[in-house]
Write a protein that binds this ligand. Structure first.
Ligand code: SAM
Length: 287
């Protein structure tokens, strides 16, 4: 049975190891068993699953995952947490803890070694300072994935779900919606963590599509177009694309492409849907 996931058990462990929270690592540990159960339920973990947990902390969610999953791989950057994890996870023989920066781990290789390349599930209460690079890295490097169930800052969860015409719409919305179907599981108050974060949080589940919802000739090229469109949000899309150093497209070519596809030459990137970005990047590639 999990011994953490409540204030008493957590404070006891923190005191035993004289643990000092590191703000730079985004350390806010969950102390609410209802939220932990909701996360594990939403991830639909079974004994057939290999789960990657990013940032296990003192092992709170790891204990819940170890109870339900066949195998858990937990990657933690803070070396002072490693002896604590050895203690809190000692009852479980299906957990491997890796002391590394997740952004430096070759996750595809890890999945190959630990799960013979079969798709894994990612479950995490993410360090908020690197939410976007973690998610983009998982998708863009084509890690074999079934789903990602993560705690993120509430605003980031909102950004993942919105469409064109809202201020939150951007490269993250498009990337998430190209690769996965997003669904908010629950909103979480700062009271559920120690220490309390100064932002609201949300658990979101991203279910990986078997096939992307739009047809794209060159994914990497489309995401360059998308990044260029939102890097210079206030500029017209044609200017944004013309100015991007990593795109071999001039402002005139971008304008011609937009007109050929029936858009106004002065349209901004934030007005285009995923399908329209796909059409635009396919057209630019052909030219
Ligand atoms: N999973 C724990 C929980 O729910 O109580 C802790 C979550 S806490 C929000 C984020 C965790 O990610 C911390 O343990 C932190 O040290 C770890 N972390 C931060 N940056 C990391 C990185 N680059 N790679 C791996 N772990 C990281």
């Amino acid at each position: 049975m999990p011994t953490l996931g409540n204030p008493t058990g957590t404070i006891e462990i923190l005191k035993k190891y004289n643990f000092n929270f590191q703000k730079r690592f985004g350390q806010n540990f969950l102390i609410d068993s209802h939220i932990l159960e909701k996360i594990v339920d939403a991830a639909e973990i079974t004994k057939d699953d290999c789960v990657l947990e990013i940032g296990p902390g003192i092992g709170t969610m790891t204990q819940y995952l170890a109870e339900s999953a066949g195998e858990v791989i937990a990657v933690e950057i803070d070396k002072s947490l490693i002896p604590i994890l050895a203690d809190t996870l000692s009852p479980y023989d299906n957990v491997t803890v890796i002391n590394e920066d997740i952004l430096k781990v070759d996750i595809r290789k890890l999945v190959e070694e630990k799960n013979q390349g079969r798709p894994i599930k990612v479950v995490a209460n993410l360090p908020y300072y690197i939410t976007t690079p973690i998610i983009m890295g998982l998708f863009e490097s084509h890690v074999p994935l079934k789903s990602i169930t993560i705690m993120v800052q509430k605003e980031v969860a909102d950004r993942m779900q919105v469409g064109p015409g809202t201020k939150d719409y951007g490269a993250l919305s498009l990337a998430v919606q190209y690769y996965a179907k997003p669904k908010v599981v629950t909103y979480v108050s700062p009271e559920c963590f120690i220490p309390k974060p100064n932002v609201g949080s949300a658990v979101i589940r991203l279910e990986r599509y078997a096939e992307p919802p739009v047809e794209v000739k060159d994914e990497a090229f489309m995401f360059k177009v998308i990044r260029a469109a939102f890097n210079q949000r206030r500029k017209t899309l044609a200017n944004g694309l013309g100015n991007a150093s990593d795109l071999p497209v001039t402002r005139q070519q971008a304008q011609d492409a937009l007109e050929a596809l029936g858009f106004s030459a002065s349209i901004r990137g934030e007005a285009l849907t995923l399908e329209e970005f796909a059409k635009l990047s396919n057209y630019l590639l052909e030219q």
